[in-house]
Write a protein that binds this ligand. Structure first.
Ligand code: S3P
Length: 428
């Protein structure tokens, strides 16, 4: 289905099948980092196959952490809280905002300085949201006008109570990790509930974390211990199949072993509001992360509006949500200006790509409206090297009358390298 970085997607009236998606990207980053900050050996199974989580492993190796991989199993030799070694070259975060932003919180507290670099997309993304709160704890960070490359001067940090200015789990995590390296108790109060894998994951490694409403507290100087943990399947990757099934009536997909952390699954309610039948069965869980099976049956296409207060819990699923209306119905998203500072400007990329596939779409400063009106023509959509855009266009293209081409399709390797192989199987 793929040739170089262009994927051809054929129309499909429905999709059908069972899928296990790769390990969760957010959880993989965290388990690797928390394992490195703990003492003793950790074995992480079902680690994400995505390039982003391998950028985190590369940075941890650059800081002297012993890491070996075998398939999707990663073994980490923990170095303890102050065990990192000065890197001999810049730490390359690739395309991964989570890697760069979480590492800032840790590196600001080291006895050495380090440089964090990233690819062209990451170098355009805002870093002041991390630099400012961590600087309030005493960090010294140089940037290029608020962007990478970042020069993080290590030093002694002090505990603080920080209030978030953007709803961001990455900012929360950076402050909490910086707090772990102080004397005293650091508190972070977030604007809205965001994914809480840092809170759950740190506890799994033996660190004590308190949560009271929107405030997370952590005492500095704690010791963690290595763990053997499985990573749940990535709900945000599963989202593309759940949406494909919901948007093409007569479809049915079953996603197995997928993470069901409630801060990640708001999409399920959106799918029901749109008209799909959704069944969820929790089958297990580890380290406070529930795992289960989600089944979606496409029934009817409707209209769904995403309110601004729903956005933080749906932020990575919004590209998929747009594709819900590719075949019919309407999707309205407002209060989502954050989409403009993701791996691409996801509002412009999305609206331009959908229009090029023959789907009527309106662009707003803080969102978009997709008007599905029967089978679109199909066409050529450019993902602008953004993995979630490539997958959203591929799902939308299933509803088209003719085949479509997705440019920049290789970007799926960031979170879901086998995406197009799975697509081929589900439409067969
Ligand atoms: C992530 C948090 C979100 C999300 C990103 C992963 C994380 O970003 O969009 O894909 O793992 O903490 P923000 O914290 O910037 O909202």
């Amino acid at each position: 289905m793929r040739s170089q970085s262009v994927a051809t997607v054929m129309p499909a009236r429905r999709i059908h099948g069972r899928v296990q998606v790769p390990g969760d990207k957010s959880i993989s980053h965290r388990y690797a980092l928390f394992a490195a900050l703990s003492e003793g050996r950790s074995t992480l199974t079902n680690y994400s196959t995505g390039a982003d989580c391998h950028s985190t492993l590369g940075c941890l190796r650059g800081l002297g952490t012993g890491i070996s991989t075998s398939g999707t199993t990663v073994t980490v030799s923990g170095r303890g809280l102050h065990g990192f070694a000065p890197p001999s070259s810049p730490l390359d975060c690739g395309n991964s905002g989570t890697t760069m932003r979480m590492l800032v919180g840790v590196l600001a507290a080291q006895r050495f300085s380090s440089e964090l670099i990233g690819d062209a997309s990451l170098s355009l993304r805002p870093m002041r949201r991390i630099i400012e709160p961590v600087s309030l704890m005493g960090a010294r960070i140089e940037s290029l006008d608020g962007h990478a490359p970042l020069l993080v001067h290590g030093g002694t940090l002090h505990a603080a109570h920080i209030t978030g200015r953007v709803a961001s789990a990455q900012v929360k995590s950076a402050v909490v990790l910086a707090g772990l390296h102080t004397e005293g108790v650091t508190r972070f109060t977030e604007l809205a509930q965001t994914r809480d894998h840092t809170e759950r994951g740190l506890r799994a490694f033996g660190f004590h974390v308190d949560v009271d409403g929107l405030t997370v507290s952590i005492a500095g100087g704690q010791r963690g211990s290595g763990q053997d943990l499985p990573v749940p399947g990535d709900f945000s990757s599963a989202a593309f199949w759940l949406v494909a099934a919901a948007s093409l009536p007569g479809s049915r997909v079953v996603i197995e072993q997928v993470g069901l952390n409630p801060t990640r699954t708001a999409l399920l309610d959106v799918l029901q509001r749109f008209g799909a039948q959704v069944t969820v069965e929790q089958t297990g869980g580890h380290a406070g992360e529930p795992i289960g099976t989600v089944t979606v049956v496409g029934d009817r296409t409707g209209s769904v509006e995403i309110a601004p207060d729903e956005v933080p819990a749906l932020i990575d699923e919004l590209p998929a949500v747009a594709a819900l209306a590719a075949h019919g119905g309407e999707v309205t998203v407002r209060g989502a200006a954050e989409l403009r500072v993701k791996e691409s400007d996801r509002i412009t990329t999305l609206v331009t790509g959908f229009r090029n596939l023959g789907i009527d779409a309106d662009e707003h400063a803080d969102g978009f409206v997709i008007h599905g009106g029967g089978a679109p023509t199909g066409g050529v959509a450019n993902a602008r090297e953004d993995h979630r855009m490539a997958m959203a266009f591929a799902v939308a293209a299933l509803a088209a009358r003719t085949s479509s081409r997705i440019e920049g399709a290789d970007s799926v390797a960031i979170s879901y390298p086998s995406f197009f192989e799975t697509l081929e199987r589900l439409v067969a």
